[in-house]
Design a protein. Structure first.
Length: 153
Protein backbone atom coordinates (compact mmCIF):
# COMPACT_ATOMS: atom_id res chain seq x y z
CA UNK A 1 0.00 0.00 0.00
CA UNK A 2 2.87 2.40 0.73
CA UNK A 3 4.26 1.98 -2.81
CA UNK A 4 0.82 2.69 -4.30
CA UNK A 5 0.47 5.88 -2.26
CA UNK A 6 3.98 6.99 -3.20
CA UNK A 7 3.28 6.11 -6.86
CA UNK A 8 0.07 8.14 -6.99
CA UNK A 9 1.63 11.06 -5.09
CA UNK A 10 4.66 11.18 -7.37
CA UNK A 11 2.50 10.95 -10.49
CA UNK A 12 0.27 13.74 -9.19
CA UNK A 13 3.22 15.97 -8.30
CA UNK A 14 4.97 15.54 -11.65
CA UNK A 15 1.87 15.83 -13.83
CA UNK A 16 0.60 18.87 -11.94
CA UNK A 17 3.99 20.55 -12.21
CA UNK A 18 4.14 19.80 -15.93
CA UNK A 19 0.60 21.06 -16.53
CA UNK A 20 1.27 24.32 -14.68
CA UNK A 21 4.57 24.87 -16.47
CA UNK A 22 2.90 24.25 -19.80
CA UNK A 23 0.11 26.73 -19.00
CA UNK A 24 2.38 29.51 -17.80
CA UNK A 25 5.56 29.02 -19.86
CA UNK A 26 4.53 26.70 -22.72
CA UNK A 27 7.58 24.61 -21.87
CA UNK A 28 7.96 21.12 -20.45
CA UNK A 29 11.61 21.07 -19.32
CA UNK A 30 13.83 18.10 -20.05
CA UNK A 31 14.80 17.92 -16.37
CA UNK A 32 11.16 17.48 -15.35
CA UNK A 33 10.61 14.76 -17.94
CA UNK A 34 13.87 13.02 -17.00
CA UNK A 35 13.24 13.02 -13.26
CA UNK A 36 9.64 11.94 -13.83
CA UNK A 37 10.81 9.07 -16.04
CA UNK A 38 13.33 7.91 -13.44
CA UNK A 39 10.71 8.13 -10.67
CA UNK A 40 8.30 6.00 -12.70
CA UNK A 41 11.02 3.43 -13.36
CA UNK A 42 12.13 3.45 -9.72
CA UNK A 43 8.61 2.89 -8.45
CA UNK A 44 8.05 0.15 -11.04
CA UNK A 45 11.21 -1.63 -9.88
CA UNK A 46 10.26 -1.21 -6.21
CA UNK A 47 6.83 -2.70 -6.79
CA UNK A 48 7.69 -5.56 -9.14
CA UNK A 49 11.41 -5.91 -9.74
CA UNK A 50 13.08 -6.27 -13.11
CA UNK A 51 10.00 -7.59 -14.88
CA UNK A 52 7.91 -4.58 -13.91
CA UNK A 53 10.76 -2.24 -14.81
CA UNK A 54 10.96 -3.84 -18.26
CA UNK A 55 7.22 -3.51 -18.86
CA UNK A 56 7.20 0.12 -17.78
CA UNK A 57 10.29 0.88 -19.89
CA UNK A 58 8.70 -0.75 -22.94
CA UNK A 59 5.61 1.43 -22.45
CA UNK A 60 7.78 4.56 -22.20
CA UNK A 61 9.72 3.72 -25.36
CA UNK A 62 6.53 3.08 -27.34
CA UNK A 63 4.94 6.25 -25.93
CA UNK A 64 8.02 8.22 -27.03
CA UNK A 65 7.62 6.80 -30.55
CA UNK A 66 3.92 7.73 -30.59
CA UNK A 67 4.77 11.18 -29.22
CA UNK A 68 7.43 11.65 -31.88
CA UNK A 69 5.00 10.67 -34.62
CA UNK A 70 2.44 13.12 -33.22
CA UNK A 71 5.18 15.76 -33.15
CA UNK A 72 5.99 15.09 -36.82
CA UNK A 73 2.27 15.38 -37.63
CA UNK A 74 2.15 18.76 -35.88
CA UNK A 75 -0.24 17.59 -33.15
CA UNK A 76 2.27 17.62 -30.27
CA UNK A 77 5.19 19.83 -29.38
CA UNK A 78 8.51 18.16 -28.66
CA UNK A 79 8.09 18.59 -24.92
CA UNK A 80 4.65 16.99 -25.07
CA UNK A 81 6.12 13.81 -26.55
CA UNK A 82 8.75 13.59 -23.83
CA UNK A 83 6.20 14.36 -21.13
CA UNK A 84 3.91 11.63 -22.50
CA UNK A 85 6.78 9.11 -22.40
CA UNK A 86 7.62 10.15 -18.84
CA UNK A 87 3.98 9.74 -17.76
CA UNK A 88 3.93 6.32 -19.43
CA UNK A 89 6.82 5.22 -17.18
CA UNK A 90 4.31 5.02 -14.33
CA UNK A 91 2.22 2.38 -16.12
CA UNK A 92 3.07 -1.07 -17.48
CA UNK A 93 2.86 -1.88 -21.18
CA UNK A 94 -0.57 -3.45 -20.66
CA UNK A 95 -1.93 0.02 -19.85
CA UNK A 96 -0.71 1.65 -23.05
CA UNK A 97 -4.03 1.76 -24.89
CA UNK A 98 -6.01 2.95 -21.88
CA UNK A 99 -3.49 5.68 -21.05
CA UNK A 100 -3.59 6.86 -24.66
CA UNK A 101 -7.42 6.88 -24.61
CA UNK A 102 -7.47 8.79 -21.30
CA UNK A 103 -5.01 11.39 -22.61
CA UNK A 104 -6.95 11.72 -25.86
CA UNK A 105 -10.23 12.20 -23.97
CA UNK A 106 -8.60 14.78 -21.71
CA UNK A 107 -7.23 16.48 -24.83
CA UNK A 108 -10.69 16.68 -26.33
CA UNK A 109 -12.08 18.25 -23.16
CA UNK A 110 -9.14 20.66 -23.04
CA UNK A 111 -9.68 21.60 -26.69
CA UNK A 112 -13.38 22.34 -26.07
CA UNK A 113 -12.51 24.43 -23.01
CA UNK A 114 -9.68 26.19 -24.87
CA UNK A 115 -11.97 27.00 -27.81
CA UNK A 116 -14.55 28.52 -25.50
CA UNK A 117 -11.90 30.45 -23.59
CA UNK A 118 -10.44 31.95 -26.76
CA UNK A 119 -13.91 33.14 -27.75
CA UNK A 120 -14.62 34.67 -24.34
CA UNK A 121 -11.19 36.27 -23.81
CA UNK A 122 -9.61 36.68 -27.27
CA UNK A 123 -7.32 39.49 -26.16
CA UNK A 124 -5.85 37.45 -23.28
CA UNK A 125 -5.21 34.33 -25.34
CA UNK A 126 -3.64 35.52 -28.56
CA UNK A 127 -3.64 33.63 -31.80
CA UNK A 128 0.07 34.11 -32.37
CA UNK A 129 3.15 32.85 -30.59
CA UNK A 130 3.44 30.05 -28.09
CA UNK A 131 0.60 31.30 -25.91
CA UNK A 132 -1.86 30.88 -28.75
CA UNK A 133 -1.16 27.14 -28.74
CA UNK A 134 -3.05 24.53 -26.76
CA UNK A 135 -1.03 23.53 -23.65
CA UNK A 136 -1.31 19.78 -24.26
CA UNK A 137 0.76 19.00 -21.17
CA UNK A 138 -2.45 19.69 -19.25
CA UNK A 139 -4.21 16.90 -21.16
CA UNK A 140 -1.29 14.51 -20.70
CA UNK A 141 -1.20 15.15 -16.96
CA UNK A 142 -4.98 15.06 -16.59
CA UNK A 143 -5.33 11.90 -18.64
CA UNK A 144 -2.58 10.13 -16.69
CA UNK A 145 -4.19 11.07 -13.37
CA UNK A 146 -7.65 10.07 -14.60
CA UNK A 147 -6.33 6.68 -15.69
CA UNK A 148 -4.50 6.24 -12.37
CA UNK A 149 -7.75 7.07 -10.56
CA UNK A 150 -9.56 4.50 -12.69
CA UNK A 151 -7.00 1.87 -11.66
CA UNK A 152 -7.63 2.53 -7.98
CA UNK A 153 -11.45 2.40 -8.19
Amino acid sequence: MAIATLWLGALGLFTSTGALLDIFTRRLPNILCGVMLLAGFGLAFASGGWTALGLHAAHSVLALVVGYLLFLAGVFGGGDGKFYAAAASFFPLSGMLMLFVAITAAGLLLYIFWSLLTRIMPSRIGKGGDFGKLPYGVAIGGGALAYAGFLFL
